[in-house]
Design a protein. Sequence first.
Length: 72
Amino acid sequence: MIVRFLHHPRLYKHIHKKHHEWTAPIGIVALYSHPIEHVFSNLVPVALGMVYIFLFLMPNIILMCVVSSLEI
Ligand SMILES: [Zn+2]
């Protein structure tokens, strides 16, 4: 969704064009990008995933561990 937004003509010329200079279809090319694109396409999604894990999944995992240890 962020990449689609970066294809807007005003943003593409200044931010996303650098990413398309490299034509090899390999994953590491995602890192070859403008710093603004790198933050919003590569770093923020990973950080949000970590926030999700620590806020929502970790309490459930800890609760399951506690409950399963009590049942033994
Ligand atoms: Zn693109």
